[in-house]
Ligand binder design. Structure first.
Ligand code: KG4
Ligand code: ZN
Length: 336
């Protein structure tokens, strides 16, 4: 079976092909021009998706030695994401499915991330604990199988990636913030500043807005409008990163003590963070669990995870109608 995946939820356009369970193409075009605006400009994002999606499709097919007529199912991200951006990939996929008379499958972006560990050589084993950390979401999930996911906790305010982006902006390091903070943190002292880690008792929820405000207050108090010296930038980045990692690991640890799982998966854009990756590996060793963290090309937004998730939905008898609309939330039927 040949599966086509299309992702256009934010600032990455991606087209992937999975052919007989083997990933044969995962092309990703990142819209780097947003950095000069300090964040993603939705309308510019939509236009850029529109320009690149057809060339990417052609390249992905060529790389897979396939023609359009060989594709069996067409999967596209339906949300959550920027509405205009989503509509480009979704409408394009629907048009293809209609004209080629193929099955169409609308895929939830977060579900794509959740199962992205399966794109690795070493696969997760069910049930697994999923720590989903992206720009828009922070979730702790108990994944029982492909169609059965229990939500343990989520952020009550900012997502972890969002906190990275906002703190990066406060420090004048630019967008996207995660890689910048990581880079400066490498040279900093993570024990220099004791930023707070929220403790939402009796829950697996997260909160990052207090931490973000605390960084802002620290900057205002110590540097009121002046340029922050490089050493201090490094220390703030490192101390902030440490607090985020601590908050994420604390809840994952609590879940591991309470629920029996076989593996731990760290997924989403923030899973690219080296400090977080190391902390999850150490956590896995402590609890004697298999740890699966996708490689870099599968952490950030990519169509391989959309094609994979779409194929699993199809195998479970789920297809979508051509009037499926972009949806903002998680598909409630599989999340309990
Ligand atoms: O999953 P993703 O590509 O898009 C969403 O679905 O939101 O995640 C993007 C987020 C951004 O907030 C970005 O700053 C963060 O992932 N990110 C990182 C790193 N690389 C990307 N955060 C921390 N450390 C990184 N190395
Ligand atoms: Zn994402």
């Amino acid at each position: 079976m040949n599966v086509l995946g299309i992702e256009s939820s934010c600032d990455e356009t991606s087209v992937a092909v999975i052919s007989d369970d083997k990933l044969t193409a995962n092309l990703i075009s990142s819209q780097d021009f947003h950095s000069k605006y300090g964040g993603v400009v939705p309308e510019l994002s939509s236009r850029a998706h529109l320009q690149i999606v057809i060339p990417l499709l052609k390249d992905a097919l060529a790389k897979s030695n396939l023609e359009l007529k060989d594709i069996d199912i067409i999967c596209a991200t339906a949300g959550p994401g920027l509405i205009g951006a989503l509509l480009v990939g979704l409408t394009f996929a629907k048009g293809l499915a209609y004209s080629l008379n193929k099955k169409f499958i609308a895929v939830n972006h977060i579900e794509g991330h959740i199962f992205s560990g399966f794109l690795m050589e070493e696969k997760p084993e069910f049930p697994f604990l999923a720590l989903v950390v992206s720009g828009g979401h922070t979730l702790l999930l108990l994944v029982k199988d492909f169609m059965n996911i229990k939500k343990l906790g989520s952020t009550v305010d900012d997502a972890a990636g969002e906190a990275f982006d906002k703190v990066s902006k406060m420090l004048g390091l630019g967008y996207p913030g995660g890689p910048k903070i990581q880079q400066f943190a490498l040279r900093g002292n993570e024990d220099k500043i004791n930023f707070p880690v929220a403790d939402l008792r009796n829950s697996f929820n997260f909160s990052f807005s207090g931490l973000k405000t605390s960084v802002l207050r620290y900057i205002q108090k110590n540097f009121s409008g002046e340029k922050i010296p490089e050493n201090d930038l490094n220390d703030i980045a490192a101390s902030f990163q440490k607090a985020v990692v601590k908050a994420l690991i604390k809840n994952a640890e609590k879940a591991l003590s309470e629920f029996e799982v076989k593996s731990i998966c760290l997924v989403g854009g923030v899973a690219a963070n080296k400090s977080l990756r190391n902390a999850v590996i150490i956590l896995g060793e402590r609890f004697n669990k298999k740890v699966v963290i996708p490689g870099m090309e599968f952490c950030g937004d990519n169509a391989a995870m959309i094609a994979f998730r779409g194929q699993k939905l199809f195998e479970n008898g789920i297809t979508s109608s051509l009037d499926a609309s972009p949806f903002p939330g998680l598909s409630d039927d599989i999340f309990s």
